[in-house]
Design a protein around this ligand. Structure first.
Ligand SMILES: Cc1cc2nc3c(=O)[nH]c(=O)nc-3n(C[C@H](O)[C@H](O)[C@H](O)COP(=O)(O)OP(=O)(O)OC[C@H]3O[C@@H](n4cnc5c(N)ncnc54)[C@H](O)[C@@H]3O)c2cc1C
Length: 453
């Protein structure tokens, strides 16, 4: 029996921490980064490290709660460049994540994709993190690298100027309105997408208007505990109209979330808590895992509409992380993309300062390549939400793509490997699945060659 708690906020132990930040805000900066999630923390650290005066502004008090706890192995390279891998490894903080497991709507538990079977390097092992701790590491790192970092400071307005001195209005920690001038503005405000909303350049995918209901549980069944490596599980409900995530955390608790279409999840039903437990009856894998668990803390709800932006940079500004685009979280690509875009944008900004060129072309010079990587995640998300499509059936016919699929789950979409080639065969397979002609189509594809001993 799962014990449910009355909604309550858990007090974070960090509330006792002394804030590391800055006391004096200057009136003018080379670069102002708005939002201190993984994207903003990364950009600010790397721009400041290159010697450009940088201001990082976060509206909430750090550390602050955030959803998005399961990382992709490819985060390693940006974290390494930032110099924070040792802090993240610090004993007991975060559970190692060694793979991803999918559980079908019929309750069949697939063999997990273990990352290190594909790539034995340590970088193929990643983490499940509490985002308040993870993002605080990046915030503090930006301070250490020389950025002026202010939490509890909210940007209320941005006025772009033709003379390259953009005016940012903010409300500071004392509640006073003040203005700061920036040569470059980085929008890292996450789903708030401050610039994209102001310029109305947000493009929402009408097919992926999802919502999530989630909470935290103690006493759930786990494969390991603490630092022992565990997988993230993705479990479909019986009719495939929804799925649960199951993310084991370093403090012994587990993050469990239900994702489905926004309207079917939140409209014309009971409370989110009722819906969360109701759907669990349709998901035997989650029910079993939580059989002896106790819910800790409140039931949380988030809208998660997938979107992109029609323009990603312009003279004097650039978008990063979720402010650039949001992809459905089923493959846990969000933090990886936030770090990656933060890194690529920082390089473009630093180069722009060296060249004296802060044009749209310069600040957005990385976005074409970045888009190619994102498009592969989008395709994979599309496959997951195609009810008629079965990854297992596809893989039976095309076992040669197991490595490519694992590459995608690792986040290896930039660089030498070419996992996108898998879609040459997956795209028509999906289309035939949708058309109801998959059996005929599959019969035309030769069976894979048996491996010879
Ligand atoms: C339900 C759900 C589950 C998810 N699960 C995963 C997962 O398992 N793994 C994963 O990798 N990703 C996951 N994601 C995605 C992930 O959370 C995001 O992609 C990631 O946090 C993006 O980082 P970011 O830095 O762009 O934005 P954020 O982390 O959202 O940071 C933006 C910051 O900007 C601040 N801000 C906003 N407006 C202002 C303002 N006006 N002034 C000052 N500051 C401001 C906010 O307070 C916030 O701290 C999930 C997302 C959702 C919705």
């Amino acid at each position: 029996m799962i014990a449910q708690n009355k909604p309550e906020m858990l007090k974070s132990s960090h509330q006792l921490e002394v804030r590391i930040g800055c006391d004096e805000m200057k009136n003018e900066y080379d670069c102002v980064v708005i939002g201190a999630g993984p994207a903003g923390g990364t950009t600010a650290a790397l721009v400041a490290e290159a010697g450009n005066s940088t201001l990082l502004i976060e509206r909430e008090k750090m550390p602050r709660f955030h959803v998005g706890e399961s990382l992709m192995p490819e985060v390693y390279w940006t974290l390494d460049r930032l110099g924070v891998v040792e802090k993240i490894r610090a004993k007991g903080k975060f559970t190692k994540k060694n793979g991803v497991q999918f559980v079908t709507n019929k309750g069949k538990e697939s063999r997990p994709f273990f990352f290190q079977e594909h790539d034995a390097r340590e970088s193929a092992l990643t983490w499940h993190v509490k985002r308040e701790d993870f993002d605080k590491i990046l915030f503090d790192n930006a301070t250490e690298k020389g950025a002026d970092c202010f939490d509890e400071t909210r940007v209320t307005k941005i006025d772009f100027s033709e003379n390259g001195k953009h005016k940012i209005e903010l409300i500071d920690r004392e509640g006073q309105t003040r203005h700061v001038i920036a040569k470059v503005v980085v929008d890292a405000t996450g789903q708030q997408s401050m610039i994209a909303n102001k310029l109305q350049i947000k493009d929402v995918n009408p097919e992926l208007k999802k919502a999530a209901i989630w909470s935290y549980f103690e006493g759930a069944k786990r494969n390991g505990s603490g630092e022992e490596a565990e997988v993230t599980c993705i479990l479909h409900t019986k009719d495939k109209s929804a799925w649960y995530w199951y993310i084991p955390l370093g403090d012994g608790s587990v993050s469990v979330g239900l994702v489905s279409n926004n309207d079917s999840l939140l409209k014309g039903r009971g409370t989110p808590a009722e819906t969360f437990y109701e759907e669990m009856e349709n998901c035997v894998g989650i029910k079993n895992r939580l059989a002896d668990a106790t819910q800790k803390g409140e039931i949380r709800v988030a809208k998660e509409f997938s979107y992109t932006t029609k323009k990603h940079a312009c003279d004097g500004w650039v978008l990063v992380g979720d402010a650039y685009s949001f992809i459905d979280p089923v493959y846990s690509s969000g933090v990886f993309l936030a770090l990656k875009s933060g890194e690529l944008a920082a390089d473009a900004i630093n180069e722009g300062f060296q060249l004296g060129d802060l044009s749209e072309q310069q600040l957005g010079c990385w976005t074409d390549d970045y888009e190619k990587g994102i498009s592969l995640f989008r395709k994979l998300v599309g496959a997951f939400y195609t009810d008629e499509f079965s990854f297992a059936e596809f893989m039976k016919k095309y076992p040669q793509y197991k490595g490519d699929l694992t590459d995608l789950l690792i986040g290896r979409v930039y660089g030498d490997s070419n996992p996108g080639r898998m879609f040459d065969d997956m795209d028509p397979w999906i289309q035939h699945s949708k058309d109801g002609t998959i059996d005929q189509y599959a019969a035309t594809i030769p069976d894979p060659m048996m491996e010879t001993m």
